[in-house]
Design a protein around this ligand. Structure first.
Ligand code: FAD
Length: 503
């Protein structure tokens, strides 16, 4: 069979993180086959937030051939080893969702069963004693380390904090080098074919651009997928009632912590994301339980450095576009749905949508089957992440605001209720299909928010008390000693800067 792809002209609407990530990857992977144009509006601008990521972003950058030091310098980035959740269980408590493994499984049996078995016999070590990421994060350490030397144990797993605006600018330069054409202007009109596909967009200055495939990266406006194609939105606010955020930058504080902080307050939660040139802060809250003035007060009284700008309000509706690919239009980024930044998943959702699009890229306008499959995969991915985010809310043990009481008593999605019940009874967690968060991520949030399983796997009882203590004790010691020897995160960032200056 010989085939010439009929989908040659791709038009990306929007130049935020979603637009430029899409442009960069399509140009890199399919560049010579496609003619790619991106339209962005300086008058509208971008959402201007989004600073924390998860480790998979490394694969995206690697696929683009981006050098880590160059990337960290260009985006004022720092290393992220996990997210510290403060006051999410009871007031005054904290735990970390640390990336990477915790302990080491024995055969098929997950490590946490052994930890629970030891606990039942009186051991009082913390689950996080067995996490190198946690040990390094809390002592401000970092070194690229694939494996702990002379052991079978995995080293540090990292993601980044970065300035998403600078990342988009970096990817713009990258994309333009690969022949992506940028047009600046505000789209004022959209035309469709008789079959209902998008045919062209027209800017306010009258320029018209047609294409075969349109990527809607227009942000919350959802210019094509929502306004033109009328694809509905599934609202998840009954599970995730926060609908507002106030964002404010503060001066950078040394040392720059290698983890994100998520601090629960009455009526919402605060993020603190350390970058090289500033710290990103914000409060995510539910307008039903906290008014804007109280939210502003909460945020401003919980900052620890000079405020660099007026707090900026962003409103959102948590949920997902019912079809993320409709006709000849694929929605990527905020136009495709929104989940609050509690687990830093939005940029990841952009990344995985792009990879899915590349894998499902249509050769012709006959794309119904690819579209259906893409939409099913997107739905599964969004729902799995949604459940993980709801988990944090529904397990809270706070009584200082109606938000927390509501979240504790709300009816949960069946998929999530089953997972919690399974863990409560047996300590088991099973990762479903290709879902993003690992078993150990679920374990950390549930244990961190005081869900203590009634049982653990019987195989953990095959070890004698001495064997169990030896097994746990060895791992704990290796983690402590390794973390103690690591250089500081600050030293790592300085090295990166020096290497870049030397070039
Ligand atoms: P935008 O940045 O809004 O870009 C939309 C683009 O479309 C702009 O270029 C705009 O000019 C253009 N456009 C719109 N209409 C038109 C038009 N008519 N004509 C021409 N151009 C048009 N994600 C994370 O992964 N980590 C985080 O820590 C994180 N924190 C967040 C905190 C908050 C409070 C919020 C709301 C989001 C956060 N996100 C986070 C999500 C993240 O900000 C977004 O996923 C990401 O920035 C992508 O946005 P976007 O490109 O889809 O939209």
């Amino acid at each position: 069979m010989t085939q010439q792809t009929a989908i040659r002209r791709v038009l990306i609407v929007g130049g935020g993180t979603a637009g430029w990530m899409t442009a960069a990857m399509l140009a890199r992977v399919m560049g010579p086959q496609l003619h790619i144009r991106l339209i962005e509006s300086d008058a509208i601008g971008t959402v201007g937030v989004g600073e924390a990521t998860i480790p998979a972003i490394q694969h995206f950058n690697a696929a683009l051939g981006i050098n880590e030091a160059e990337f960290l310098t260009a985006t004022q980035g720092s290393i992220k080893l996990g997210i510290q959740f403060e006051n999410w269980g009871k007031l005054g408590e904290q735990y970390m969702h640390a990336f990477g493994p915790i302990g080491k499984p024995l055969g098929f049996t997950s490590f946490h069963h052994y930890w629970l078995a030891a606990r039942a016999r009186g051991d009082n070590s913390s689950f996080w004693d067995y996490s190198l990421n946690y040990q390094a994060a809390r002592s401000g350490k970092y070194q690229p380390l694939a494996q702990i030397p002379n052991t079978p144990l995995q080293g540090l797993i990292h993601a980044y904090h970065f300035d998403a605006g600078l990342y988009a600018a970096f990817l713009r330069r990258y994309s333009e080098r690969l022949q992506v054409i940028r047009s600046e202007g505000t789209i004022a009109a959209v035309s469709k074919t008789p079959a209902g596909d998008i045919a062209s967009v027209t800017l306010a200055d009258g320029q018209t651009f047609s294409a075969d495939l349109f990527i809607d990266c227009s942000g919350i406006r959802a210019l094509l997928i929502g306004q033109e194609l009328n694809v509905g939105y599934e609202n998840w606010q009954h599970w995730l009632p926060c609908d507002s955020a106030l964002a404010v930058p503060t001066a950078a504080r040394q040392p720059i912590l290698p983890y994100t902080r998520s601090i629960a307050h009455a009526g919402g939660w605060q993020w603190r994301i350390p970058l090289q040139h500033r710290t990103g802060n914000g409060l995510v809250y539910s307008s039903q339980y906290l008014d804007d003035n109280a939210a502003r007060h909460t945020l401003l009284t919980n900052l620890d450095a000079e405020v660099l700008a007026e707090p900026r309000k962003i409103s959102f509706v948590t949920g997902r576009r019912k079809q993320q690919w409709q006709q000849n239009c694929v929605a990527i980024g905020l136009s495709s749905g929104f989940l609050e930044p509690l687990e830093s998943t939005s940029i990841h959702l952009i990344q995985s949508a792009i990879v899915r699009l590349v894998q499902s890229f249509p050769a012709s306008h006959d794309m119904a089957a690819l579209r259906q499959n893409y939409n099913q995969q997107s739905q599964q991915e969004f729902e799995a992440i949604r459940d993980f985010i709801i988990l944090h809310y529904c397990l809270n043990q706070r009584d200082d605001n109606g938000l927390w009481q509501y979240c504790r008593s709300m009816a949960l999605p069946d998929s999530l209720a089953q997972r919690i019940a399974l863990f409560q009874q047996s300590a088991a967690v099973f990762r479903q299909q290709d879902e993003l968060f690992t078993e150990v991520a679920w374990q950390q949030v549930m244990l961190g928010q005081n869900v203590l399983p009634q049982q653990y796997h019987p195989l953990a009882d095959q070890l004698t008390a001495a064997q169990l203590n030896g097994f746990l004790g060895d791992i704990k010691l290796i983690m402590q000693r390794t973390a103690a020897k690591l250089p500081s995160h600050q030293a790592f960032l300085q090295q990166v800067q020096q290497a870049q200056q030397a070039q």
